[in-house]
Design a protein around this ligand. Structure first.
Ligand SMILES: Cc1cc2nc3c(=O)[nH]c(=O)nc-3n(C[C@H](O)[C@H](O)[C@H](O)COP(=O)(O)OP(=O)(O)OC[C@H]3O[C@@H](n4cnc5c(N)ncnc54)[C@H](O)[C@@H]3O)c2cc1C
Length: 316
């Protein structure tokens, strides 16, 4: 019996490989002999309802199974929203495009650093996620401001005491591994957000190092240095290691990892954990570097440590 196929991909054009998986599947299905195409490949950017409806029309004109095509059905109201009040916001400058936003939930809500907050700038189905750094009932976000960015400029326009509705998404695979004997957290750019909370909350003084990469040395990175000094005094953090990619002697976090190869290999071999947060590109490069080091020193691959839950990632 001939099998007909129709591929619909969902994604965001903010990523260079927009709907790459859908394209791949579509190509693979095209090459099989046992099936035939029902519709062209359709993609939906950023939950765009019109693009979804366009696929539904195409599908409905070919298939015998009718799908509802009223846009209202697909613009479902978001549920599970919590009210937050803006407690503080920092400013961007000519040398720094990143700002922090501190939010206080209106009611008690279960969350911890590493969870995500979803915001709805136009109160429709389009959402943007930000990583939560949580301490003493307050949520701290670190956000890169994109010119005309739908989510980032919405957050930047918020004023102190203003409220917003947002959804907290528990992200259990990226919580601080409390049982670990030692932890290294690695970030680039805004990826530092959850780690600021995890460090502040490291009351049990798990040996903890922060490796972070930024483009430039600026007021934001100076703030991280002050924060780290304070946390080192409290015993919450052992070391802060910074890499700047657009300063004299450019460095990336991968260079720091290579320099501290023995520390990372020993950390993982002795059951410690490595957490990664930031750009997907950084995740790829850090994992590649760790893999090389592990192969050279102990003949293992990063997959071994991922399998045992020692490498946790939350990259975007
Ligand atoms: C799990 C998760 C956690 C996240 N955590 C954070 C966080 O803690 N802090 C933070 O700042 N962001 C975080 N993001 C990214 C955030 O959700 C938004 O994608 C980001 O703020 C840009 O959205 P925007 O609406 O402002 O820009 P858009 O309106 O979507 O895009 C505006 C312009 O910016 C470009 N752009 C958008 N995103 C990127 C990107 N990532 N790299 C390069 N160009 C881009 C677009 O191509 C476009 O030209 C996270 C994303 C995910 C999936």
């Amino acid at each position: 019996q001939d099998v007909q196929f129709s591929v619909l991909g969902f994604g965001s054009k903010a990523y260079p490989d927009f709907c790459a998986y859908a394209r791949e599947i579509d190509c693979l299905l095209e090459k099989q002999g046992w099936d035939s195409r029902l519709t062209d490949l359709h993609t939906v950017n950023d939950k765009d309802v019109d693009e979804l409806i366009s696929w539904i029309h195409d599908w409905s004109s070919q298939a015998t199974i009718a799908l509802a095509s009223a846009p209202a059905i697909y613009s479902a109201k978001v549920v599970g929203l919590t009210k937050f009040k803006v407690v503080a916001k920092s400013a961007v400058s000519a040398t720094n495009t990143t700002f922090t936003l501190v939010l206080k939930p209106a009611s008690k809500i279960n969350m911890q650093s590493g969870d995500l907050i979803a915001i709805y700038p136009a109160q429709d189905q389009r959402e943007r996620f930000y990583s939560i750094g949580y301490k003493d009932g307050l949520v701290q976000l670190v956000v890169k401001l994109f010119p005309d960015g739908f989510g980032s400029s919405f957050l930047y326009r918020l004023e102190t005491n203003q409220t917003l509705q947002a959804r907290v998404m528990v992200n259990p695979s990226f919580h601080f591994p409390k049982a670990a004997n030692a932890v290294a957290v690695i970030a680039n750019g805004t990826g530092v957000a959850p780690f600021l909370g995890m460090i502040s909350e490291n009351e049990s003084r798990t040996p903890l190092r922060l490796y972070a990469g930024f483009r430039h040395r600026n007021e934001m990175t100076a703030h991280y240095v002050d924060f780290a000094d304070e946390q080192i005094k409290l015993g919450h953090l052992q070391q802060l290691e910074l890499a700047f990619s657009r300063e004299e002697n450019p460095q990336y976090v991968m260079d720091l990892i290579r320099r501290d190869a023995l520390y990372f290999v020993e950390l993982l071999e002795k059951g410690g954990c490595v957490l990664l947060c930031g750009a997907l590109r950084m995740q790829h490069d850090v994992e590649h570097t760790l893999n090389e080091l592990l192969l050279a020193h102990v003949g293992k691959t990063i997959a071994d440590y991922k399998e045992s839950g020692q490498i946790l990632t939350d990259c975007y």
